[in-house]
Design a binder for this molecule. Structure first.
Ligand code: DER
Length: 242
């Protein structure tokens, strides 16, 4: 499909352009549907006789259960961040990207481990289809609000503070829908609140205010974190933003 072509193009280009010649490399693998193609591309290199020795020395760090599956399904070596606290390069998707490369992430409810990995990486690369590009965060295409991971007992307090102190227009406890009765529980046993603030003027300031609230584990605002974004188009071309 056109959207899958766009995701694949972005991911393949990102891997191809960043497989530099470190002997032993620790690679962060994000979560979601675009990063699937990053793991797929690495798996292709692994099977290519010219690259097998090199890629088989990689240690891939997951950002949740889905990410762990991606690593294993593509035959890549799985490692844990406790043993690999310094990551050379991390690849992940994003829900929205603004002109300053600030991100909204968390659409897949994996934002905590994603941010742990992305901020532990020397270089953090984002792969996305071009629909994720927006002049401002919570702009045109991502209307689900800012995902916020909270410790379950605190979710009502945090929700009330987001509404009363930060003027969120709407705050929703993310439900599992048909996939799970009751609220989504993250890979870290927490809840996700989605808070709609309308177009965000200053994402860093907003992140800092949310993060300061008791009960907030992490926000889906990834500030000054992405080094490069590969935007894939459905015709297979890729626009790179730094
Ligand atoms: O949940 C996440 O943060 C994912 O990385 C998400 O932001 C991107 O998912 P997608 O590649 O399926 O759009």
């Amino acid at each position: 499909s056109p959207i899958e072509n766009a995701k694949r193009a972005a991911a393949y280009r990102a891997v191809d352009e960043n497989l530099d010649v470190f002997e032993h490399k620790v690679i962060g693998i994000g979560s979601g549907s675009t990063v699937v193609y990053v793991a797929e591309r690495l798996g292709q290199y692994l099977k290519d006789a010219k690259f097998t020795d090199y890629v088989s020395k990689f240690t891939c760090i997951a950002t949740g259960f889905q990410s762990k599956q991606l690593i294993m399904d593509n035959g890549l070596n799985f490692g844990v961040i406790e043993q690999n606290p310094n990551i050379d390069i991390a690849f992940d998707g994003a829900d929205e990207v603004d002109h300053q490369l600030q991100l909204i992430k968390g659409g897949g409810a994996c934002l905590f481990q994603e941010k742990l990995v992305s901020t532990s990486a020397e270089k953090f690369i984002v792969v996305a289809d071009s629909s994720k590009r927006s002049p401002r965060l919570l702009g045109v295409n991502w209307r689900q609000g800012v995902p916020i991971e909270v410790v379950p007992p605190a979710y009502v307090k945090v929700k009330n503070e987001l509404l009363s102190k930060l003027n969120a227009a709407n705050v929703v406890l993310r439900q599992g829908g048909r996939a799970k009765a009751g609220p989504i529980v993250t890979d870290n046993n927490n809840f996700i609140l989605d808070a709609d603030f309308g177009e965000i003027e200053n994402p860093k300031e907003l992140h800092d205010k949310i993060k300061a609230m008791v009960g907030v584990v992490e926000t889906g605002l990834f500030i000054d974190n992405a080094a490069k974004v590969y935007f894939g188009n459905s015709d297979g071309t890729v626009d790179v933003m730094v």
